[in-house]
Design a protein around this ligand. Sequence first.
Ligand SMILES: C[S@@+](CC[C@H](N)C(=O)[O-])C[C@H]1O[C@@H](n2cnc3c(N)ncnc32)[C@H](O)[C@@H]1O
Length: 221
Amino acid sequence: MAVTVNELVRIKTPVFSHITSEDLEHIYEPSEDTFLLIDALEKDLELIHKVHPTLCLEVGSGSGVVITALGSILGGACQYVSTDINLRACQITEETGKINGVTIKTVCTDLVEGVTEEVKGKVDVLLFNPPYVVTPSEEVGRGDLEYTWAGGERGREVMDRFLPSVQSLLSSKGLFYLLVLKENDPADLEDIMKQQGFICSCVISRKTGPEHLSVLRFSRI
Ligand SMILES: C[S@@+](CC[C@H](N)C(=O)[O-])C[C@H]1O[C@@H](n2cnc3c(N)ncnc32)[C@H](O)[C@@H]1O
């Protein structure tokens, strides 16, 4: 029986045993959504390899396991940059990378504010697992942990602020992976990104408890 290359490649979950229970009072614990995003990357590896990525950027990296997982597969020919609004998350992301042999430049900033000039037009793989839970607007950014999940109205307040940046960040062949909840209205997100010239595909979906999560991929081709 024929076996495709993609079927043979598995992305290993990075080691994150250095993250303490005290850390988890401040940063996002790798969870179902985290692992769904890694699964989406694994599913898309053939496509990702075709892009020959030289720069990957994760926005809101939290523990850093997603960008580290990708880095452990793509290796040192690619540069890894991550951002988070939470300084402790940035420090832990750097450590997660180090422990797993991936060098990540981490920047503590709002979305991509502090890295835009450096990465503009160069990002081949862009990752964002945003705070997506539907909450009152006042909860968005109220504290370290609220930053991790509170998404405000339709769970869209943080991701909607980010979407207009995607066009200028991505390289011509770049891929953008966004984790969304059904309540975030994926069809509307697709329409918004279509207006920026992107096509949308749903890479993977999973129902975990009450949440119906999906990973959307946006690309220009
Ligand atoms: C759902 S967690 C995802 C964490 C990690 N990427 C994962 O998949 O496990 C969202 C992350 O986004 C960060 N975040 C929230 N608002 C942000 C903002 N305005 N700018 C940068 N990072 C932000 C949070 O601190 C948190 O680490």
